[in-house]
Design a protein around this ligand. Sequence first.
Ligand SMILES: NC(=O)C1=CN([C@@H]2O[C@H](COP(=O)(O)OP(=O)(O)OC[C@H]3O[C@@H](n4cnc5c(N)ncnc54)[C@H](OP(=O)(O)O)[C@@H]3O)[C@@H](O)[C@H]2O)C=CC1
Ligand SMILES: CC(=O)N[C@@H](CCC(=O)OP(=O)(O)O)C(=O)O
Length: 341
Amino acid sequence: MNAAIVGASGYGGEILVKLLAAHPKVTLKAVTSRSQAGKPVSSVIPAMRGVLDDMLFENSDPAELAAREDIDVFFLALPHGAAATYARAIVDAGKKVIDLSADFRIADPATYEEFYGAEHPDVDLLGRAQYVMPELSDDSWKDKDLYACPGCYPTSILVPLLPLVKAGIVSKEHIVANSYSGTSGAGKQSKEAFSYCEVNESAKAYGVPKHRHLSEMEEQLTAAAGEKVIMQFNPHLAPMNRGIATTITVPSNGSTIEQLYAEWEKTYADKPFVTILPSDTRPDTKYVVGTNRVDISAVKDERTGNFVITSAEDNLVKGASGQAIQILNLWQGWDETTGLI
Ligand SMILES: NC(=O)C1=CN([C@@H]2O[C@H](COP(=O)(O)OP(=O)(O)OC[C@H]3O[C@@H](n4cnc5c(N)ncnc54)[C@H](OP(=O)(O)O)[C@@H]3O)[C@@H](O)[C@H]2O)C=CC1
Ligand SMILES: CC(=O)N[C@@H](CCC(=O)OP(=O)(O)O)C(=O)O
């Protein structure tokens, strides 16, 4: 299968370049960036020296890209808004899109507008798109034109939480999630607030009380619960490059920790990228960065009656580019782990 990466000079795009260059079933045909067009990939992404020396970054005009006969699937690693413009041209040309942005994650355009502060860029295309959380979506999504990858924070929260909400193991109310993200989560073009002096040796909450990713999480939890779910989400910026550590507290409503673990075992028994850790072990970003895994664990606080659920993932791999490749693998019927660890 021949692939292109649009927005390959950003953090998510760079990881896609590395993973797809090594993917045994994919040939990388084009990588694009407006600012890097004409430069060798190995000069912009020095890790690719000796691997992609002959490939140049190309211009990223949507119509030109969409007309390329030699490309079957386009990975969009673009800011939301811009992604929809490219997706429209590519889908209209009869090609497939795997989109890392938020443009097609949320089914309800009014919710998108409420949380993203702008009208949905392409409501018609939204109807031809499918949100895919590989571990939690059923198999009915494989004939769409466009696949939307989950957000980084929602992956770290929905993987441990959603099956428990769906099964009634935990309360649907009073859910609180605290997440700690590496600064690469803000993208390569992020501004002064993310510069070394601002973020090094410091940590702080941001985006409270209504971060954009709540729209995606609440929509998914509501669908799983069969009733409206509202949650508290407190994202934090942590002084590290990559990784998301999440802690969720939720009332157990009398469920036991054994019931919680039994539900996880049932849901994730054959899911290679979810690792269930023992109740006395906390997931740690340093053991998942560079992998497509989410590590999860839980303990019950008998004093409060809450479960304390923790997870760790790499925001750029399981939270973005690795998950996009996992979706490609599943869509194509290849082994889910092809090209991923
Ligand atoms: N970073 C993360 O942890 C995660 C990111 N995502 C999502 O993935 C997408 C990419 O994120 P990330 O890699 O961090 O972003 P970056 O800012 O690092 O990279 C953005 C890329 O898009 C290109 N680009 C920017 N604006 C435009 C535009 N208007 N038209 C065409 N190309 C453009 C840039 O190159 P150039 O300007 O040279 O064209 C660059 O290659 C975003 O939607 C983000 O929300 C999802 C999950 C996690
Ligand atoms: C640390 C940091 O800034 N993280 C980003 C992660 C969100 C992201 O990439 O969000 P979309 O994919 O929904 O655009 C943020 O909080 O906005």
